[in-house]
Design a protein around this ligand. Structure first.
Ligand SMILES: Nc1ncnc2c1ncn2[C@@H]1O[C@H](COP(=O)(O)OP(=O)(O)OP(=O)(O)O)[C@@H](O)[C@H]1O
Ligand SMILES: [Mg+2]
Length: 291
């Protein structure tokens, strides 16, 4: 990963892309594969000396961090400290902003996400993202919202239907929508829309799910439902969640990273970060003295 020219590179080469490629329609997983998949573990995401910039502005300043498979890691810190920037670097969305670039290394197991020839679209399929505000495709039905990414991956026909159902079940939404799959996704409640977006994300079978304040637009009941879902999903994925809600980090996260002004101040088991942090700034933040 280097400054502007190489991070915005769009070239792709089939060989190194291979590791990111998921199965396509013609290679639908056999039931055995699927069983293996449901038991499969997520992958380790590692940041080594990650710096992120918006032009001159230095938003993430040399972060080393490891996100473990089948664990939920929360990223906390005051507004503007670089949480969203950091997670957007992981699936290479940061570089889409004009003038923005990153340096350092991000790896998924032992594959360099920014490696020469790695296909950005494949990276984003393997590292899915759920945003703060539920963003269903406005003109699409519930089913089509979930199927959107699948169709782009070449999945067709009956397979699509089956994968839509599986994903909606996985997102804990199936029972609520199974009788109205052809109705607009926008007709769902906020919490249902967010679970729809999670269904859309898991439909393409990612390995890692990044969530940037996924509950901040939801009421407490919908928030709880999404948190339960996160707990279920972690058996299959590596999950990173940005949150401003300390209680939420305490409820869902195994590990917590505290950021301040672009620096990673402290990272450790959530319990420890909240009850016995090693850095005074962490303690001040988690006890509400600033931020
Ligand atoms: N598109 C952009 N162009 C220029 N600067 C940006 C852009 N997006 C974010 N920044 C700056 O980068 C820094 C980190 O922003 P970021 O959005 O990562 O913070 P955050 O921790 O996610 O904050 P919040 O909790 O408010 O969402 C901030 O100083 C912000 O102003
Ligand atoms: Mg943010």
């Amino acid at each position: 990963m280097n400054p502007p020219s190489s991070t915005s590179s769009k070239e792709s080469a089939p060989v190194s892309t291979q590791r990111f490629r998921r199965k396509t329609a013609t290679e639908e997983p056999s039931p055995r594969d699927r069983d293996a998949r449901s038991e499969a573990t997520g992958r380790t995401v590692r940041l080594d000396d990650l710096h992120a910039y918006y032009g001159e502005q230095h938003a993430v300043k040399g972060v080393d961090l490891e996100f473990a498979p089948n664990r939920v890691t929360a990223i906390i810190g005051p507004s503007g400290c670089g949480k969203s920037t950091l997670v957007r670097c992981i699936n290479r969305m940061h570089e889409e902003i004009p003038g923005a670039y990153a340096t350092g290394r991000i790896s998924l197991d032992d594959t360099d996400v920014y490696g020469d020839g790695v296909d950005v679209v494949s990276v984003r399929r393997v590292i899915g993202m759920v945003f703060q505000k539920p963003n269903p495709f406005p003109t699409m039905s519930i089913a089509d919202n979930v199927a959107a990414g699948l169709k782009l991956s070449g999945v067709r026909g009956a397979d699509v239907k089956e994968r839509v159902e599986r994903s909606l079940r996985g997102a804990g939404l199936w029972d609520e929508v199974k009788d109205r799959l052809d109705r607009p996704g926008m007709g769902l409640s906020g919490g249902q829309q967010q679970r729809l977006c999670i269904a859309r994300t898991i439909a393409v079978e990612p390995e890692v799910i990044l969530m940037d304040e996924p509950c901040s637009a939801l009421d407490p009941v919908a928030t709880l439902r999404v948190e339960e879902l996160i707990e279920e999903l972690k058996s299959r994925y590596t999950i990173v969640i940005v949150t401003h809600n300390m209680q939420q980090a305490g409820r869902v996260a195994d590990s917590t990273a505290f950021m301040l002004s672009g620096d990673l101040v402290e990272f450790g088991p959530t319990q420890q970060i909240f009850t016995n942090p090693g850095d005074e700034r962490t303690e001040q933040y988690v006890t509400g003295k600033f931020g």
